[in-house]
Design a protein around this ligand. Structure first.
Ligand code: ADP
Length: 774
């Protein structure tokens, strides 16, 4: 219950990579704790001061004995100091101190200077009685003197700077012969020695070893209180920890790899095939200088998890580096060590984390790298990814080359459009399209539901989600290309069921067996419930739920709320002047409504819905084509004129208004929408379309067909009009989806209009009508 009061004078250090602080304090006096007032967050106590210097000097009870003791102590102290080099100013100062300070203060001061263990120092601090303190310190002084004598004998020839005050501490190996483990830990000096040993035994490159040895030499000479001490130490510790030569052994067997990939992921055949090819080449040719795989696709389609599976098949460590929003090249390449708070880049940090030099690094979201004043991180990545350069990647923090050639890099992105071209050039892009509803149901039942059940501590005996319910979640509660929202919704269901199950376990009462569903699982549970009956019979509590809890549409509504997406398509198409287009976004395909209305005016076209320039041009093209073909299709404005813009304004709107849209592929949709407006006819409610148009009415191919078709399928549309030259893209669409849809391949706008309206669009009839008149 004895402590030392002190005044904190200086705090230096940093939190990185681990907290390391040096505290400089001035000791004031000893105190005794009278009463502990509180312990948290830090102890507060009522204390009593124990040391008072004036009390020492003015008359003490056993003054004589103490005088003798202090005299003896003084002699030893002088002897010790005189053994040192008096020319060092600090030693001279110490000598003066011995004479000037009150004798009673000397034990404390000398104990802190000579070489003692923390244990011994604490003992001296604990000794409240002066007499005791002197008695305890004298043997320490004697030990030090003996040690110094020995040292001087062995080092007689070597007159170097060892005699500085820091070196008053002779090497304990000589004094004691051996050191205990305890002491070893306590002493920082020993830590440095250990560090040096580690550096020498580590397998770092020659260049790195040279740098490290130089740094450790500097470290030894540096006082610990210097901020640079901690920095240098951190640097050296990182260098020692880096896996210079440590690697895992690849166990690559294509058949096993195929099984792992198939077990972990349902569907995505093309991606799996390409990954297996890549792995096969690696098995045959043990050289990594191949392209870097880049998986491109909407979120939640399993890009990251395929990366993880690849690491698993290879038996390698896996590390994910999220690059989204990284705008500073030091994030990749590290900060120079001269900066305050400098640290290595993410690549080196990742290597330190995994502890081997051949992990699988997943560079997530490479399309979201940003540029800023701090340089272009993409440029730094180029060096990392280039197999010709990355064997000597130099992180600014390390300042020595590290060989990255054994690391397997895999990148993921949502779109290739924003990946810097130079970076894209180094990667082999593999498109990962969204899933069809059937695939999503399978993924949910094979992977997501078992995973969520395990996560929530549920068993299939407690919850049953039939396939129709999963389909309901997919169509009514999610509209996405991947399965992430589906996974979340399943999680929400499991949480809700977990509450019910936990409640049920508390208040087990008589279950209403009549309503328990069918199936073996239920029967099993009925037996369990019967047992439970005898344990508790609290009739007044609510009935526990019947097991397994069956998630039907009612349960779905209770848990997830009303459906988020209705089948609004047919409703919206109940007026002329609306058509459904298909759009591609980095998040997958989407259906897009185009609405048009006309009003009296001066022939102006208004476009709303945050459109880009290309889309605006498409709208102008569409109007021009319709105006030039108005007679042919018998399209008139409100006053019956074939000049559609005569006294008429047209407004085209693309919901949702807050999302920026651009691209040429809305051309055919705008034409159809306007044709519907001017003819007063409804567009078929199950038709979606995409395609670029020309002024002469041709339909040109567009991109992203696969994602667009999947989106149309998700939305329950049946007929899809695509440009004829996109026919080849249909092959990539899964057969079940293809079978459910009708594709119309259109080469001209005439074909588009014919397919979009029930019974075709009457161009021919009107032409015949004309010709018969002639
Ligand atoms: P991404 O990286 O493409 O955004 P993730 O890899 O994070 O997506 O996938 C999200 C979740 O969906 C993961 O839990 C993953 O296991 C699951 N998942 C996605 N696709 C499949 C699939 N084909 N089979 C099984 N699980 C899948």
């Amino acid at each position: 219950r004895i402590g030392t009061a002190a005044l904190a004078v200086q705090v230096v250090g940093s939190n990185w990579p681990k907290p390391h602080y040096t505290l400089l304090v001035t000791g004031l006096c000893r105190f005794q704790i009278l009463q502990l007032l509180k312990e948290k967050p830090y102890p507060v106590a009522e204390v009593q001061q124990l040391d008072r210097l004036e009390q020492f000097t003015n008359g003490h009870k056993s003054e004589e004995e103490l005088g003798e003791l202090s005299e003896q102590f003084y002699k030893y102290a002088v002897q010790l100091v005189e053994m040192l080099d008096m020319s060092v100013p600090a030693v001279a100062k110490l000598r003066r101190l011995l004479d000037n300070l009150p004798r009673e203060a000397l034990p404390d001061i000398l104990t802190s200077i000579i070489r003692t263990t923390n244990q011994e120092k604490l003992q001296i601090l604990d000794a409240v009685r002066l007499e005791e303190r002197f008695k305890m310190t004298i043997p320490l002084l004697v030990r030090q003197i003996e040690g110094l004598k020995l040292l001087q004998k062995t080092r007689k020839s070597k007159q170097d700077d060892d005699k500085r005050v820091v070196a008053i501490r002779p090497n304990r190996r000589i004094t004691h012969g051996s050191i205990t483990e305890d002491e070893e830990e306590e002493e920082d000096h020993d830590d440095v020695v250990m560090l040096e040993k580690k550096i020498r035994t580590s397998s770092m490159s020659e260049q790195a070893l040279k740098v490290c040895l130089k740094e450790i030499k500097r470290l030894k000479k540096m006082p610990q209180s210097m901020p640079e001490y901690a920095l240098t130490r951190n640097y050296l510790e990182l260098m020692v920890e880096l896996p210079w030569n440590k690697s895992t052994k690849d166990r690559l067997e294509i058949r096993a790899a195929r099984i792992v990939l198939d077990n972990d992921h349902y569907a995505m055949e093309k991606l799996k095939k390409r990954v297996l090819e890549y792995l096969a080449v690696r098995q045959l040719k043990n050289n990594l200088k191949g392209p870097i795989l880049c998986f491109v696709g909407p979120p939640g389609v399993g890009k990251t998890s395929v990366g993880r599976s690849i690491a698993k098949t290879l038996g390698r460590e896996f590390h994910r580096i999220a690059l989204g929003g990284v705008c500073d090249q030091s994030d990749i390449r590290g900060h120079r060590r001269t900066y305050v708070g400098s640290m290595p880049g993410r690549i080196i940090n990742g290597l330190k984390t995994v502890g081997v030099n051949n992990p699988v690094f997943l560079l997530d979201e490479v399309d979201k790298l940003a540029k800023s004043l701090q340089g272009d991180p993409a440029a730094a990545l180029l060096e990392v990814l280039d197999p010709e350069q990355n064997h000597s990647f130099t992180d600014h923090y390390l300042n020595v080359a590290f060989d990255l050639s054994q690391v397997l890099f895999i990148a993921t992105a949502n779109t290739t459009a924003t990946i810097p071209p130079a970076l894209l050039d180094r990667m082999e892009v593999i498109q990962v399209p969204g899933y069809t509803q059937e695939e999503k149901i399978e993924i949910a039942h094979r992977h997501l539901i078992p995973k969520q059940l395990e996560l929530h501590g549920l068993t299939p005996q407690q919850i049953q989600i039939p396939q129709v319910t999963t389909l309901g979640i997919i169509t009514r509660y999610t509209r996405e290309a991947g399965v992430r929202a589906l996974d979340r919704k399943l999680g929400a269901i499991c949480r809700a069921v977990a509450v019910k199950v936990a409640e049920g376990q508390h208040k087990e009462a008589k279950p209403d067996r009549a309503e328990v569903g069918e199936g073996e699982d239920c029967k099993e549970h009925v037996a369990e419930d019967a047992k439970a009956e005898s344990i508790s019979d609290t009739a007044d509590l609510a009935l526990p739920p019947e097991m397994p809890i069956l998630i039907d549409f009612h349960a779905l509504k209770d848990i997830l709320g009303p459906p988020l997406y209705d089948m609004e398509v047919s409703e919206r198409l109940s007026q002329p002047g609306v058509a459904i287009g298909l759009a591609w976004t980095p998040l997958g395909g989407e259906i897009m409504f185009v609405e048009a209305s006309r009003m009296d005016g001066e022939g102006q076209l208004t476009l709303t819905g945050q459109l880009g320039d290309v889309m605006k041009e498409s709208a102008h093209l569409a109007i021009s084509w319709l105006r030039s073909n108005a007679k042919r299709y018998q399209l008139t404005n409100a006053s019956g004129s074939f000049d559609l813009l005569d006294n008429t304004d047209i407004h085209l709107h693309f919901p949702a208004g807050a999302v920026t849209k651009d691209g040429p592929s809305a051309g055919v949709t705008i034409v159809t929408c306007l044709a519907s407006l001017f003819s007063g006819r409804l567009v078929c409610s199950d038709v979606a379309m995409t395609g670029e148009i020309t002024l002469r009415g041709l339909v040109l191919p567009v991109g992203g067909i696969k994602d667009k078709v999947l989106a149309a399928h998700r939305a329950g549309l049946k007929r899809i009009i695509i440009p004829q030259r996109n026919e080849k893209d249909l092959e990539e669409i899964a057969a079940p989806v293809r079978q459910e849809l009708t594709f119309v391949l259109a080469a001209s706008l005439e074909q588009v209009l014919n397919a979009a309206f029930d019974g075709g669009f009457a161009a021919k009839a009107s032409l015949e009508h004309f010709s018969s008149k002639l």
